[in-house]
Write a protein that binds this ligand. Structure first.
Ligand SMILES: [Zn+2]
Length: 405
């Protein structure tokens, strides 16, 4: 739990609750994607299920593990050695239940699911059970804890739960069987019913700072300049930065070596390829040499390359999802290019600028273009038709750039 970087507030919060011995049965871990929510949830479950949790003072060798807790505060940590800890690490502890997107299709009876929302079937199948005569499923949550230390349910992307799924879960949250803990992980807590939110212990996770992200990325094999650019473009999400880094690694390389011994570095030439291409098209658009459709086509093509690289690494991942993630990433490059222009215009400092021949453009137009990118990123993440969305966004950006000149 101590190796989760940049989330001192969230960790201090969870440590205080664990220490008090009054562990809430429902938790919401909210915050941006890729900042350590899932990892922290897993560590909490590991602590709860550990046969011999370790207790250590916060002060160690004159330093504090967590600056927000008192020096004498006693941290509760999983031992990391016992059978339970090992089983959690291998994700096969009988009292740990992970609910994620990957299970959507498994529970889909109609066979029509696009794999984008968690239906009531998933929640019934994985947590609360189903007593209808035709699909009887045992409720995992009412079964006995197999190793006697309670049971943990972690629902990733909990905001994807459809309303009937949330309502069904709510009934269980209202009267949870003792020693059952449910952690809902979400980037958008407002998508959860207020009745669920009011019953949960809320833990807020934050964007990671440059000072946390850059060394983490350098350790994974990029140089300092690239690490800064990645940190900036991923908006404080280490998960996103790593995904981007991995997508640019030559696909024929071996699987990453075990922690610490990373023998292969990302292909340093493949890395800036998309960023250069997008910057060039935007430069051309600013000087009137290219239009919005060129941008739309480039984003789509690059997103498909990104998806292809991601699917090579994880053949079970959804292609549609990977393309949407790729589109989101490319749009974040576009937004960063406009952010550079805005900074040029206002004289603000630019950390890790994108390569570009262009300088300032009118601040109002740059801001409007950034807003267009953000809006398109959100729609790409939902179910918008990618081709239509990109064509509309490219055209709107072109129009806004012209208007501002
Ligand atoms: Zn243990």
């Amino acid at each position: 739990m101590l190796n989760i970087q940049g989330q001192a507030t969230a960790l201090a919060h969870t440590q205080r609750v664990i220490h008090s011995g009054r562990l809430a049965s429902t938790w919401i871990f909210a915050g941006p994607a890729g900042v350590g929510k899932f990892h922290t949830a897993l560590e909490m479950a590991k602590t709860g299920l550990c046969d011999q949790p370790a207790h250590r003072p916060n002060r160690h060798n004159g330093q504090l593990f967590n600056a927000l807790l008192e020096p004498e505060f006693e941290l509760t940590l999983p031992c990391g050695q016992c059978d339970s800890c090992k089983a959690v690490e291998f994700r096969n502890h009988p009292d740990l239940h992970l609910v994620s997107r990957e299970l959507i299709r498994y529970h889909d009876r109609s066979g029509k699911s696009k794999g984008t929302t968690l239906s009531i079937q998933v929640i019934r199948g994985e947590i609360i059970g189903d007593d209808s005569p035709e699909h009887r499923v045992e409720p995992k949550i009412y079964k006995r804890s197999q190793r006697g230390r309670g049971k943990w349910f972690i629902i990733d992307d909990a905001d994807l739960m459809e309303i009937p799924a949330q309502n069904a879960l709510l009934k269980t949250l209202e009267e949870p069987p003792p020693q059952n803990y449910i952690i809902l992980i979400t980037t958008s807590p407002t998508e959860l019913l207020s009745t669920i939110r009011s019953r949960a212990q809320f833990v807020q996770f934050r964007d990671l700072s440059f000072s946390v992200m850059v060394p983490e990325l350098v350790q994974r094999g990029v140089n300092d300049t690239q690490a800064k650019l990645l940190a900036r473009l991923s908006g404080g999400s280490l998960g996103r930065a790593i995904a981007f880094m991995e997508a640019t690694i030559a696909p024929e390389r071996d699987e990453p070596a075990k922690s610490g011994a990373r023998s292969t570095a990302p292909d340093q030439n493949a890395f800036p390829h998309w960023i250069n291409a997008i910057s060039t098209v935007l430069d051309n658009m600013l000087s009137g040499r290219e239009g919005g459709m060129a941008l739309a086509t480039l984003i789509q093509k690059s997103a498909e390359q990104y998806a292809k690289a991601m699917l090579k690494r994880d053949p079970l991942a959804s292609k549609d999802r990977a393309v949407r993630d790729g589109v989101g990433l490319m749009l974040s490059f576009v937004a960063a290019w406009f952010d550079d222009r805005l900074r040029h215009a206002t004289g603000a400092a630019i950390i890790a600028p994108l390569p570009s021949q262009a300088h300032a453009m009118p601040p109002a137009a740059a801001q409007e273009c950034i807003a267009l990118c953000r809006q398109a990123e959100m729609q790409a993440d939902m179910n918008a038709h990618i081709g239509v969305l990109l064509a509309a966004t490219g055209t709107a950006i072109e129009h806004t750039m012209r208007k501002g000149q």
